[in-house]
Design a protein around this ligand. Structure first.
Ligand SMILES: [Zn+2]
Length: 205
């Protein structure tokens, strides 16, 4: 087997690989893509995050999303999926929507594929009012994201909003506001954070 990212051979059978699904990354890449759990506050919400959005994370995510390398879907939650399942048992995953244009170009819903590995129920009731593209958006445009979501799904008892990268937190905060009237309890999770906010920075939203 070859590492899905750097293409070097993985031929060592580790104790872990005997019991769990094989890691799609080699040991060096896995070590470099290290997980560090941090909770970031944006106004009244707390966002659980797992990775720094460093050059490696960015490059793996880009290869997955923009080069449509679907095989990379298991890289991010490889050793987190089961923990997420246990921690959020009873929660339904509500996906932050991508723009329809991007989804069509990619041919798959990248976020859905990543989080399917948790075994939690998925919900795609969150929609964009306008098809704004996030990447490369100005600060002004990002602010508008907070007002750009609408929830069209069934009411939920427990919802877990998920996204891949948290930049200013405006998407997650907007999604939270849109979902609030329809969910009893809401938790928020982003795979990566661009930087650690202080409360002051985050509340500028
Ligand atoms: Zn590798």
């Amino acid at each position: 087997m070859k590492c899905l990212y750097c293409d070097s051979r993985i031929d060592k059978i580790t104790l872990k690989s005997l019991f769990f699904k094989e890691d799609p990354l080699c040991r060096e890449c896995r070590k470099a893509l290290k997980t560090e759990h941090k909770t970031i506050r944006i106004n009244e919400i707390e966002v659980s995050t797992f990775f720094d959005y460093d050059s490696l994370f960015r490059s793996v995510l880009l290869q997955y999303k923009e080069c449509c390398d679907e095989a990379l879907k298991d890289v991010f939650l490889y050793d987190l999926a089961f923990m997420i399942y246990l921690r959020y048992l009873g929660y339904e995953i509500v996906l932050i929507p991508s723009s329809e244009l991007k989804k069509e170009k990619r041919g798959f819903d990248h976020l859905k594929l990543i989080f399917e590995s948790t075994g939690l129920k998925m919900n795609d009731g969150l929609k964009m009012k306008k098809q704004l593209i996030q990447e490369g958006a100005s600060a002004e445009e990002r602010k508008r994201m907070t007002d750009n979501y609408v929830y069209e799904g069934k009411p939920l008892r427990k919802a877990l909003i998920v996204d891949d990268v948290m930049t200013t937190g405006s998407s997650l905060y907007g999604a939270y506001q849109a979902l609030k009237p329809y969910a009893g309890k809401i938790k928020v999770l982003s795979l990566a954070r661009v930087h650690d906010f202080t409360n002051q920075e985050a509340s500028v939203l």
